[in-house]
Design a binder for this molecule. Structure first.
Ligand SMILES: *Cc1c(COP(=O)(O)O)cnc(C)c1O
Length: 351
């Protein structure tokens, strides 16, 4: 068909499978195995259907912005809120990476970055992680159109020291550096304090992993008020009302319950410690994880084989047929019970 010549053609991001059957052990998309804060459940009953007649509030004017600002000891004008961090990152790509020079990110990283670069026609260059899957800061000291990396990195779970993060930000004062902190609450160190020192730093976080609210779609970016203003300008030029009433109301309750949040992250880190021992005992090797998943490779059995056999047992983990990582599985930390079922299945497959 002739019109196809003028279509924007993209290879979309492939998310992890979302099986809807009961009884599946889902360790493939880094969701939290525990429910959101109890206040979220209580608040649901108080939401008013009548409020849905109206367009939702502007996120930056809501209690959610105020609550997040108070939590992080920053001002409301230093926060941008979007529909999950995917929305935030997508708007950030559109807003900040316009120089025509290549945006830099690691070769092994969140596999949405190259998709956004492609869809927005932003040139990019990937920089190979070293043989231990670590970011080489030297690679990010060349002329570029911007820098983005997750810390801890995904899917490796490796945390980069804050002084190295700062080294990259400081070496790139003429472009925007985005640190994607989707997993920072599981033992990482946030670059957030650096936003006071560097007006080119955008720190992005999400409610999807550590706050057990992936289904609500809440993400946010923190940085200099000018960065935030530019993000809002682009956001309001595409779709003004992105955040729905329900998400804005429920997000507040999550932030208010810090004790529950800390408890949840603590439980996951404890289960992770146990998982490290179990997986090592089963013949897996993996880098030390600072996230809610472990990126593991078996010494003898190919990852694809393990992946397929686990799936036959209704246990879903993540595997990529991608250069350098085809022999790794990314295993989300579930509840202790879910992990016991995983170890038992792995014992049969690898034992
Ligand atoms: C999960 C994830 C995101 C996106 O999460 P949202 O659900 O859109 O907030 C962004 N970056 C990384 C590295 C992730 O793993």
């Amino acid at each position: 068909m002739k019109w196809e010549e003028n279509v924007r053609k993209v290879v979309p991001y492939t998310p992890g499978e979302q099986p809807q059957r009961e009884g599946v052990i889902k360790l493939n998309t880094n969701e939290c195995p525990y429910p959101p804060a109890p206040g979220v459940q209580r608040k649901i009953a108080k939401l008013e259907a009548d409020k849905m007649r109206l367009y939702p509030a502007f996120p930056e004017k809501t209690d959610l912005a105020a609550e997040l600002a108070a939590y992080y000891h920053i001002n409301k004008d230093q926060i941008f809120i979007g529909v999950g961090s995917d929305d935030v990152l997508s708007v950030a790509f559109m807003t900040f990476f316009q120089s025509g020079k290549p945006v830099l990110f690691p070769d092994i990283t969140y596999s949405f970055y190259d998709v956004w670069a492609d869809v927005y026609k932003i040139p990019y260059e990937t920089k190979a992680l070293d043989e231990n899957f670590r970011i080489r800061t030297e690679d990010y000291k060349q002329p570029n159109g911007g820098v983005i990396f997750p810390n801890p990195n995904a899917p490796t779970g490796i945390l980069m020291d804050l002084d190295k993060v700062e080294e990259i930000i400081a070496a790139n004062r003429d472009v925007v550096v985005i640190v994607d902190e989707a997993y920072v609450d599981f033992g990482g160190v946030s670059a957030l304090p650096l936003i006071e020192k560097y007006d080119n730093l955008l720190v992005v976080q999400t409610f999807s992993k550590s706050r057990a609210m992936a289904g609500m779609r809440i993400g946010y970016a923190m940085g200099h008020p000018k960065l935030i203003q530019y993000l809002n300008d682009v956001k309001y030029s595409v779709n003004s009302y992105t955040m729905n009433y329900t998400a804005l109301e429920l997000g507040v309750e999550s932030v208010r319950d810090e004790a529950y949040f800390k408890e949840c992250c603590g439980k996951i880190m404890k289960t992770r410690e146990k998982a490290e021992k179990e997986l090592a005992g089963l013949g897996f090797t993996f880098p030390k994880s600072y996230s809610n998943f472990i990126f593991a490779s078996h010494k003898k059995i190919p990852a694809q084989v393990i992946f397929d056999k686990l799936k036959e047992n209704d246990i879903y983990v993540r595997h990529w047929n991608k250069d350098r990582i085809e022999n790794y599985l990314r295993i989300t930390i579930g509840t202790d019970e879910e992990m016991e079922a995983l170890y038992a299945a792995l014992e049969k497959i690898c034992g």
